[in-house]
Ligand binder design. Sequence first.
Ligand code: HEC
Ligand code: HEC
Length: 509
Amino acid sequence: MTKTLIRIVCLILMLVSFIAYLARASAFPISSENLLPWSAWFFIFALANVIMWQRVMKLLSFVLLIIWFYAFAANIIPETSTASVDVSSIERTPDAFVEAGEAIFNGKGKCHTCHNLGAGATKGRCPNMEGIGARAATRKPGMSAKEYFIESLYDPTAFLVTGYGKIMPPVWKPPISLSNLEIEVVIAFLQSQGGEVDVTPFNPPVVIGTAAEAEALPPILAGNPERGKNIFVNTAKCVACHDVTGVEKPVAQTLDEGVVVVTAPDLTEIAALNSLRYIEESVLIPDAEIVSGYGSGSVHTGGALVEGTLVSQDDEKLVMRIKQSDGTETEQTILLSELDAEPIEELADLAGKGYFWIQITPSDATVAISGDLVEEDDESITLKVGTETQKISKSNVKVQVSVITFDDDEPIVGELVSESEDEIIVNVDGSERTIDQFDIDTTTTSRAFGKRISVKSPMPSNFPQLLSVSDFNDLLAFLSTLKGAEATETASATGGDAPAEEAEAEPAE
Ligand code: HEC
Ligand code: HEC
């Protein structure tokens, strides 16, 4: 009688643990330190059942054990190798595409190292992909979600999400080297994040084969990675700011005067994500592309200058991390509308100087025009005024001057009427005043007013002067071995003078 009871209890426990295992329930017992996963509980009860029961039930338990064994083995194998999915014979169905796309997003595509999906720890440097399937259709007027994704992946810098720099690599180029089909599959996965999945084929905008090959050509000068590592640590002291897994920071390291150690991106995987070209540019011209979240920003607001690390920025506000005098850091949110309009002397390269909003008065107008800066070339600027855009010539604008003469303490402020070698004529509130150039101490002119966010890289820009060409090559050779924790180990183990781009030789379709 008791035996039957034990049997039945065993049977129930086996079935419960099997179901819990299939449903991926969390380990049990939860309170104890040593959790036993449900698969282990199932194994124990199944064995007990095989021993206790006879015939039919023994057979049933045995069959469940076999299923468990296959499920268990199948679980272990793909979990270690999701990094590479073979899409060559994939079925063109939404489900198959989305599933493979997710694996590429988290594996070969390296998308997850920059982008995250949904809530959780945000990676400040790149946009979150939550809801991107719906958002994509709203990014560029006249562009469907799919067209936007195609552009984002083949030519990521064609449109930049507000607040982010040009740091996303074209994923079809080395080192990521996705094939056209892999890109299609990733797009399906992105569409599945809040949008409609459409798996009809499209014509890729680039011919990957030849373009990627040209990109993969080995450098003419191949440096020595071991020596490069020494430059990274001791000569250029990059390691003072940048972490690399497996490279120790020396205890005491002094940087050049005026250079402060700051939080900088981890470089452990830099070569797995970026071309050598990008890495080279990052070191030679740090200001060329600033990784979002790491730039030092400065803005004028309420008559004061606010400086700090520009944490994030969108169309309405920016967040700055500011160091207080006691060393602690605080975050401050500033609305773009609260920024001060500063006088602009020269109208050249406004966008490059960080201006995003301009107020300007064309010569033939009586009132000023203001709006967001949409486009700019050498001759003109285009502003978004209300719902319309307005193009204004840079040479035909009213100029404001403020003249301080030797005789007067108060500056004469007004509109510049004309200026010659001998005199300046200023219109002050409707009446013209002629001032002799001889009497003038200083003049300040402004052709417009603008709001701006200026961002600079805190990384030193004097490495080209500091390092010799051969040092620089060695440094690049070292940086090109940084392809993640595993790769770094093997690279430093083999060391020597292996050609820098060897690992990039993976053939692209
Ligand atoms: C080195 C970091 C990096 C990697 C790797 C990367 N991205 Fe990006 N991505 C960015 C940054 C930065 C932006 C924002 C700037 C821009 O628009 O180009 C961006 C923008 C995007 C956008 C537009 C987002 C929006 O909100 O409009 C899409 C889509 C995208 N990435 C997809 C991908 C996919 C898919 C992969 C992998 C195959 C990938 N990215 C790999 C950095 C990266
Ligand atoms: C004073 C601190 C500092 C030092 C020293 C420094 N960097 Fe940087 N570096 C930064 C910061 C901050 C960024 C991110 C802002 C930017 O993009 O410029 C950066 C960006 C980079 C990037 C781009 C990273 C990415 O994820 O895209 C590379 C590559 C790089 N640094 C390499 C180097 C090398 C090589 C050296 C030594 C020769 C060096 N850095 C020295 C602070 C530093």
